[in-house]
Design a protein around this ligand. Structure first.
Ligand code: 9MG
Length: 285
């Protein structure tokens, strides 16, 4: 089965006929990538608008850090951070907004506030999440993670990382469909850096095309991650742009439909090259 090309995100369209950019809007004071610069509402709106101008197709709004070792926050804290912003953005921008959360309560409130996608790093495994996502009737991104953010980097193990991640994602797709979420509303993500060593991450990027067989669009988040820093010799987060672009291009060439990134303009430019080459292939085949 081939993956759907157009997603209806609560009335706003996400066209996946070519690779698209999801711009990251972290509303966490301890975000690893922006040092909490965008916690103030006005700054967050300005940043979202900038990402839209730069060519993002969807904005991912999150209120809980998922970086290794991060401490959990309550649903109320998360909602206080994300709901007012989603409400404002949903009324002002033509693009879909995705909510990055694992909590059923936050999913419900965010979708009522105007979010058109759920991005769940726990792949709807938290209590009540499957039911909340089924009721919300918006697309859902199911991400693979081994363990939980606090401990996930303590000795992760796989027999075969590509096979194991693929099996997990297939099981989560089956669980979703059994709970009433149609497959054409689902997206999968191998979860780079989530319970994975550098060799695991590299093997996953190398074997990414195998996840195509799941028959749903593929989302990839590698932007500024520690695997890029490690490959560049422990490079600081702000100096990982070129490495992140190389990884985004590889992921798109291996079938990724959505790239979740911090540096929207640069990634949009890089993906235009991939799209142009993919369009030639389509004509020739
Ligand atoms: C919230 N978040 C952080 N990293 C991510 C990734 O790689 N994928 C998705 N879907 N969400 C992520």
């Amino acid at each position: 089965m081939s993956a759907p090309k157009i997603l209806d995100c609560a009335g706003k369209t996400l066209d996946l006929s070519q690779p698209q950019v999801m711009g990251i809007l972290n509303l966490t004071p301890d975000s690893f990538s922006d040092g909490g610069r965008f916690t103030a509402r006005d700054a967050a709106i300005k940043h979202a608008m900038q990402m839209i101008d730069e060519g993002a197709a969807i904005i991912d709004v999150g209120g809980e850090s998922t970086r290794p070792g991060a401490q959990p926050v309550t649903a109320q804290q998360e909602m206080d951070r994300v709901i007012p912003l989603i409400e404002t953005l949903a009324g002002e921008i033509p693009l879909p907004i995705s909510v990055d959360t694992s909590k059923a309560e936050v999913m419900r409130e965010a979708v009522s506030a105007g979010a058109g996608m759920i991005n769940d790093v726990m792949a709807l495994r938290d209590s009540g999440a499957l039911e909340a996502a089924a009721e919300a009737a918006v697309p859902v991104c199911l991400m693979h993670m081994q363990g939980e953010p606090r401990t996930m980097q303590c000795n992760p193990h796989y027999d075969d990382v590509v096979d194991d991640v693929k099996t997990f994602l297939q099981q989560r797709l089956d669980a979703c469909v059994a709970s009433g979420i149609p497959q054409d509303r689902l997206i999968v993500d191998p979860g780079f850096g989530f319970g994975k060593t550098l060799p695991h991450n590299l093997a996953l990027l190398d074997g990414l095309q195998n996840l195509d067989q799941l028959g749903v669009p593929l989302l990839v988040g590698i932007s500024r991650k520690s695997m890029i820093g490690a490959l560049l010799g422990e490079r600081a987060v702000e100096e990982r742009l070129y490495g992140s672009l190389a990884a985004a291009v590889m992921a798109a060439m291996k079938g990724s439909a959505i790239l979740r990134v911090h540096d929207v303009q640069a990634t949009v430019d890089a993906l235009k090259i991939v799209s142009a080459v993919q369009a030639v292939n389509l004509v020739i085949k």
